[in-house]
Design a protein around this ligand. Structure first.
Ligand SMILES: Cc1cc2nc3c(=O)[nH]c(=O)nc-3n(C[C@H](O)[C@H](O)[C@H](O)COP(=O)(O)OP(=O)(O)OC[C@H]3O[C@@H](n4cnc5c(N)ncnc54)[C@H](O)[C@@H]3O)c2cc1C
Length: 399
């Protein structure tokens, strides 16, 4: 097979890029190693920035979002037993976030891809990329017992943190920046109507907790736990006890309890591989960077990488100029580092650190007090949480 852009990975980054290129008449082949059900059912992020919502609408994949997305104009920060609301829309000139599960985003994008009839291989085995410095790099894989080779002009490595693309870059090319945190998140999905219309981030002496939701009937909740905490150690009753103990506020607000539908522990990490390009391989999304989920930036960064890469590839095919391709990594990394800084700040503001002393604790409380009483501090959080302006315009990718 031959194509213009070979895309490894059918997560948000790969599917969005594929659709943006399709709309610009650029040929792609998408290769995914999991089956379709697994990719669609995977429960992950759920907070979309204003710009991500506008992008999904602009590419014609906004119908589900319109019907089932929950627009939030504010967010709560809770500490010392009191909730404080930050009115993001008022502070940012009307911007908001939308809660819409990543699995819904992926389902909508897969349906859009299927409608284009362009190739998307699920369950590809033994996926490899090669000849990254040559003019026609290659993706090889096995599918239903036959070997495939896709010759491409470019490869987009959108295969997440554990994919094959980043490790295929020769040693010494990438600089890795990494921070692991001494805690993880125990997350649950519960069959319970959300008792708050907006997210509640809780700082508590027993550790961080987050109240979130996926729909008008499903609550998504998280607890700070040790990074290697075995989930078997937590019965459903123990999870609810701890959730309620950390989240209940002095005015009596508390999450509704319901059947736990899914639970798991995720470690927290900050990671950046730079540059996000080697030869004709371009990394996008989690393949190049990971943020702790506290700032809700992972999926949104994947979307902004896809937009910038689409802009660069469109420019190359229309004009023959590689200028935008050469700038791709630098443009993305500027945004990535701001999202890293924001996610790290939210994480260290709200979590209990194992080594913290009384000074650290009081400083954290003072930070929270300042954040919830200073208009300048609230505006800073709000403009980052709803998403900083995009580096490229929608018009520049033909939208
Ligand atoms: C458990 C978990 C919980 C998360 N929770 C949140 C959250 O609450 N909020 C938030 O903002 N972000 C969260 N994130 C981060 C967010 O989900 C990611 O940032 C987002 O999925 C990035 O999209 P992506 O397309 O770059 O990568 P992915 O979604 O990881 O997609 C990569 C795709 O590549 C495929 N793939 C992998 N290896 C290969 C291979 N060898 N060959 C072919 N295909 C391959 C994978 O199956 C996958 O479909 C979470 C992530 C995880 C893992």
């Amino acid at each position: 097979m031959q194509t213009q852009v070979g895309i490894v990975g059918a997560g948000p980054a790969g599917l969005l890029l594929g659709h943006l290129l399709h709309l610009n008449g650029i040929d792609t082949v998408v290769v995914e190693n999991r089956d379709r059900e697994y990719v669609v059912d995977r429960v992950r992020a759920g907070v979309l920035e204003q710009g991500t919502v506008e992008l999904l609408r602009a590419i014609g994949v906004g119908a589900g979002l319109e019907r089932r997305g929950l627009r939030h104009e504010g967010v709560y920060v809770s500490f010392k037993g009191c909730r404080h609301r930050i009115d993001m829309a008022e502070l940012t000139g009307g911007k908001a976030i939308t809660v819409y599960g990543q699995n819904e985003v992926v389902r909508d994008l897969i349906e859009a891809r299927a409608a284009t009839t362009r190739p998307l291989y699920f369950e590809a085995q033994d996926v490899r990329v090669g000849d990254l410095d040559a003019s026609t790099p290659v993706i090889r894989f096995r599918h239903r017992d036959s070997e495939h080779e896709v010759r491409c002009d470019f490869i987009a490595g959108c295969d997440g943190f554990h994919g094959v693309c980043r490790p295929s870059i020769p040693e010494g090319v990438l600089t890795i920046h990494e921070r692991t945190y001494p805690f993880g998140w125990l997350g649950i999905l519960a069959d319970a109507a959300p008792s708050s219309d907006e997210l509640v981030y809780t700082h508590h002496d027993r550790g961080f907790a987050l109240f979130s939701m996926r729909s008008p009937t499903v609550t998504r909740l998280y607890l700070q736990v040790p990074p290697d905490e075995p989930i078997e150690r937590w019965s459903d009753d123990a999870i609810w006890d701890e959730m309620l103990r950390r989240m209940t506020t002095s005015d009596g607000w508390t999450p509704n309890v319901g059947q736990i539908l899914q639970k798991g522990v995720t470690p927290m990490r900050s990671f950046v591989a730079a540059p996000m390009r080697h030869g004709r391989l371009f990394l996008a999304g989690d393949a190049a960077h990971i943020v702790p989920p506290t700032g809700a930036k992972g999926l949104n960064l994947a979307a902004s990488d896809a937009l910038v890469l689409a802009r660069a590839l469109k420019s190359f095919y229309e004009t023959g100029s590689a200028e935008w391709l050469d700038r791709y990594s630098a443009i993305c990394l500027r945004r990535v580092w701001k999202a890293q800084r924001f996610s790290w700040w939210m994480t260290t503001l709200l979590h209990r650190l194992p080594e913290e002393d009384a000074f650290d604790h009081q400083r954290q409380l003072a930070d929270l007090d300042y954040l919830t009483t200073s208009r300048a501090a609230m505006t800073s959080l709000a403009e980052q949480y709803v998403g900083l302006p995009s580096e490229v315009s929608f018009e520049s990718v033909g939208l």
